[in-house]
Ligand binder design. Structure first.
Ligand code: CP
Length: 310
């Protein structure tokens, strides 16, 4: 089956004007959260989770409820996705719903869902991308400053992971200057990286002082993926990762003299990627960032369903 409608795997599949328009739309919703109340009346969102979640589940469910629609939560372990082919189960889902949001462990499985669905599919975070988070991050930055988002300086310190890949693609679309301090990488999307480099928007360094000095925002994420954090078989790799990453913690000393706002996509592991005192530091916009998931995803859902929002 070929894809016939718009879905969201990652922002690299969207053209920059579409991403800019979507961010503008999210900003309109942010100013008046209930402006589009009832827009998705009688629409059903199916949310399939192979992994744990707090924000993605709550923000999608609350978001579609506020728009007049309805969400169905599916825990992978309790569905027949476990017993059959992803393509067959997804094809069925798209017959009884208007939108699918899936948090899958493997990007290939999400690709299979996109190929077998007749309704838009939204990536709720896979091993390679986390686009909903990245749009919420840009919305948070845009609403935390007077100046335009283009040219804003964002420094990410941590492991190069799925969050970073989507930050690269969204920063490329919006003209955000991204500095990466990533001593370790899980997966690097080379096409998004090349695009940023070509446009002069990417700096890669291990010099923490230089990376933080002129940054408008300093951002970090977990050093160990959520499914491995408490996995007994992963403990040795976890210890090695923590040892390597400890010098890159966001803490009071690193942020001394910096006016940069502090970001983290949550869940937080205090004492690892960020010291506890920085979570509630006056420069922290972490909880606003998390709350903006709902706003950004309302914009995504309305847009993917082709509702006229002008
Ligand atoms: N940031 C994020 O995706 O949070 P959850 O894993 O809790 O959904």
């Amino acid at each position: 089956m070929t894809r016939t409608m718009r879905s969201l795997m990652d922002w690299k599949d969207w053209n920059p004007d579409e991403v800019k328009e979507l961010l503008n739309f999210a900003q309109i919703i942010e100013k008046d959260r209930f402006r589009y109340q009832g827009f998705l009346q009688n629409r059903t969102l199916v949310m399939l989770f192979q992994k744990t979640s707090t924000r993605t589940r709550v923000s999608f469910e609350a978001g579609i409820t506020e728009l007049g629609g309805h969400a169905i939560f599916l825990d992978w372990e309790k569905t027949n996705f476990k017993l059959s082919r992803i393509s067959f189960e997804t094809h069925y889902l798209s017959k009884n719903s208007d939108l699918i949001m899936a948090r899958m462990k493997k990007n290939e499985d999400l690709e299979e869902m996109l190929s077998s669905s007749t309704v838009p599919v939204i990536n709720g975070c896979c091993d390679k991308y986390h686009p909903c988070q990245a749009l919420a991050d840009m919305l948070t930055m845009a609403s935390s400053q007077e100046k335009p988002i283009e040219g804003t300086k964002l420094t990410y310190i941590g492991v190069h992971n799925n969050v970073v890949n989507s930050l690269m693609s969204v920063c490329g679309a919006l003209g955000v200057q991204l500095t990466l301090v990533c001593p370790e990488a899980q997966f690097i999307d080379e096409s998004s990286r090349d695009q940023l480099l070509t446009n002069g928007l990417l700096t890669e360094t291990l010099d923490l002082g230089a990376a933080v000095k002129d940054a408008d925002y300093v951002y970090t994420d977990t050093w160990v993926d959520m499914e491995f954090f408490n996995d007994p078989d992963y403990q040795q790799q976890k210890e090695e990762r923590l040892k390597l990453m400890m010098p890159y913690q966001i803490n009071k000393k690193l942020m001394e003299g910096s006016k940069a706002k502090i970001m983290h996509d949550m869940p937080i592991h205090p004492g690892y990627e960020i010291s506890e005192e920085m979570v509630y530091d006056e420069r922290s916009i972490i909880f606003n960032q998390a709350a903006n998931r709902l706003i950004a995803q309302k914009a995504i859902m309305i847009t993917l369903l082709g509702m006229n929002h002008q």
